[in-house]
Design a protein around this ligand. Structure first.
Ligand code: PMP
Length: 427
């Protein structure tokens, strides 16, 4: 008998804890490029990309070929035991791509490991413990990464992380009441009231917040953070797990700010669908810790490295940085039209923002206001899914819909997705 989403959900709910939640009650049968089909044959356009992972789409032929080739050689070696060339090649390429003068890289399996290891490395380098992060940030679900993460519900529910030395300052979101000046003033207060800057190992920031709502740290703001870090000998860590690998139209979002961070966390899209993350750093910083300090059993898995090297080839050969910018412009224009539509049944749209293909918009209670409507936002995601469009809401205020299409989505599928989004906005 054919499987249904409902039957599978029942099995799922029996077998899994509710904490392992899924946004949509859908079981995938097949996915290719920017499209998915569920076990009931329903078609979906993918505006979620498995949370910004499928920048090169699902099952890109070049990525599949690279994995298949790797499978004829070896699947796992354990990098702490013996080395393999695909790992080294990937690091060589990351070192060239990163906006860091003299870079070295190390690989992990998940983004949380990358952010935690950034802190470890910064603490080792500086001999200090303090870490400053931002409200609305997301750095992972493990204990230290969770302590760095700036959102209570549902991430930190009931488990106020007890990591010492982690402090948060407000991320600047001017239209929700926090200007860049206020954010910097909060940092100044933190340095006066809570921790001296010479006790801070790292300031960790997402140049464009992912889960927090695609809010952008401006070029002057990031430059100011760079200056503050230089002034006090603090490591500037950029978490590009979500914003990296071409999504913003540059390889790394931080390149838009023309600054050199000390450490860059990467993950998600790097592995072309296989679990892979990494830390790129200024050699002087990342090369300090002794042998054995960095790594893990599965860190830099050969299949994932082979896939990642193919992802880099595809980004280059298909000019996906330029494509990211084009996609972003098209989606922004579509959203601006929707926002200004004379059709009063369209839900009110507030702020629309984009850096390359990292596009988001807010749903608000009424036209012209900035008051978040988180309930309507959830409804839009549900309606969109019923119409065959996978969307992922996010945001500090729960009212942001992010658009994370594969960067190689073709125009026809993009337009089908946008037309379904237009219908879903008439909820
Ligand atoms: N940092 C950022 C910016 C992220 O968006 C995420 C995941 N959403 C992480 C870290 C954690 O990555 P992972 O889920 O692979 O541990």
């Amino acid at each position: 008998m054919a499987m249904t989403n409902k039957d599978l959900l029942t099995r799922r709910d029996r077998a899994l804890p509710r904490g392992a939640a899924t946004s949509h009650p859908v079981f995938v049968q097949r996915a290719e490029g920017s499209e998915l089909w569920d076990v009931e044959g329903q078609h979906y356009v993918d505006f979620a990309s498995g949370i910004a992972v499928n920048n090169t789409g699902n099952l890109h032929p070049k990525v599949v070929e690279a994995i298949q080739h790797q499978l004829t050689q070896y699947a796992h070696i354990g990098f702490p035991v013996v080395s393999c060339e695909p790992y080294v090649q990937l690091c060589e390429r990351l070192n060239v791509l990163a906006p860091i003068e003299n870079a070295k890289s190390v690989l992990f399996t998940t983004g949380a490991e990358a952010t935690e290891n950034a802190v470890k490395v910064a603490r080792f380098h500086t001999g200090r413990q303090g870490v400053v992060t931002f409200t609305g940030s997301f750095h992972g679900r493990t204990q230290l990464a969770l302590a760095m993460t700036g959102k209570v519900l549902p991430l930190r529910s009931g488990v106020t992380p007890s990591q010492a030395g982690i402090f948060q300052v407000p991320f600047p979101i001017p239209h929700h009441g926090t200007s860049e000046e206020e954010s910097l003033r909060a940092l100044d207060h933190l340095f006066r009231a809570s921790i001296a800057p010479d006790q801070v190992a790292a300031i960790v920031i997402e140049p464009v917040q992912g889960e927090g709502g695609f809010y952008q740290a401006s070029k002057p703001f990031l430059q100011r953070l760079r200056t503050i870090c230089d002034q006090y000998g603090i490591c500037l860590v950029v978490d590009e797990v979500q914003s990296g690998f071409g999504r913003t139209g540059k390889f790394f979002a931080v390149e838009h700010a023309d600054i050199e961070p000390d450490l860059i966390c990467v993950g998600k899209a790097m592995g072309g669908g296989l679990p892979l993350a990494g830390l790129i750093g200024r050699a002087e910083v990342i090369d300090g810790p002794p042998p054995g300090f960095l790594g893990g059993t599965f860190a830099g898995n050969p299949l994932a490295c082979a896939a990642a090297n193919a992802v880099l080839d595809v980004i280059e050969s298909e000019q996906l940085l330029q494509r990211a910018t084009q996609i972003g412009e098209r989606i922004q224009a579509f959203l601006a039209d929707l926002k200004n539509s004379s059709d009063s049944t369209v839900l009110p749209i507030g702020d629309i923002r984009a850096l390359g293909a990292m596009v988001a918009f807010e749903i608000v209670t009424e036209r012209g206001s900035n008051t978040p409507d988180a309930e309507a936002t959830k409804r839009v995601a549900t309606t969109a899914r019923e119409l065959g469009l996978l969307l992922l809401p996010c945001g500090y205020y729960g009212n942001t819909i992010r658009v994370s299409t594969p960067l190689n989505i073709n125009d026809d599928i993009l337009e089908i997705g946008l037309s379904r989004l237009a219908l879903a906005m008439k909820a």
